[in-house]
Design a binder for this molecule. Structure first.
Ligand code: FES
Length: 165
């Protein structure tokens, strides 16, 4: 697998810090995901081999933690906060609105590669719930209706991806 040299360096520094190699599994998943954008089957096998574990040990983590992705990230990376204040303000309806617009379940990338939809925890802007991140850009007070408007703009490319420098 083609990891960046800096990622390899981070991994080599990190692994010996843990009392058992198994404890380094989650941090390694994050590092490899950061490097590759997602955790492919090959990446899962690589992590397992690096930690002298079985691929199933890594697969279990990937299945359990929603922030670990097994599909390439779409053009738009949409993260909906679902912590209590946002949930009470309608974050689940917001998310459903994105799901319907892109025919894509949360935790997945749409078939056209346009969007990856995820739930995340508190963005520390709870007073303006529901909060949605698109790339690194925060959008606040996003109810289901506003989510539908955002989705329409994503489809036409009018909405910035939030990844611009
Ligand atoms: S609960 Fe959503 S921003 Fe804090």
């Amino acid at each position: 697998m083609n990891l960046k040299p800096e990622t390899i360096h981070k991994i080599d520094t990190l692994v010996p810090r843990y009392p058992t190699m198994r404890s380094a599994a989650l941090p390694l998943c994050h590092l490899v995901q950061e490097d590759q954008g997602y955790l492919s089957h090959e990446a899962i096998e690589w992590i397992a081999a690096r930690l002298e574990l079985q691929p199933i040990n890594i697969q279990e983590l990937v299945t359990f933690y929603p922030m670990l992705r097994t599909e390439p990230t779409g053009e738009y990376h949409v993260r909906v906060c679902r912590t209590l204040p946002c949930a009470l303000a309608g974050a689940y309806q917001t998310c459903r609105s994105f799901e319907e617009a892109f025919d894509c379940k949360v935790g997945h990338t749409s078939a056209d590669g346009k969007v990856t939809l995820e739930f995340v925890e508190c963005h520390a802007d709870c007073g303006k719930a529901p909060v949605v991140m698109v790339g690194e850009t925060e959008y606040t007070d996003i109810d289901a209706e506003k989510a539908a408007e955002m989705a329409a703009k994503m489809k036409t490319g009018e909405l910035p991806t939030g990844l611009e420098a």
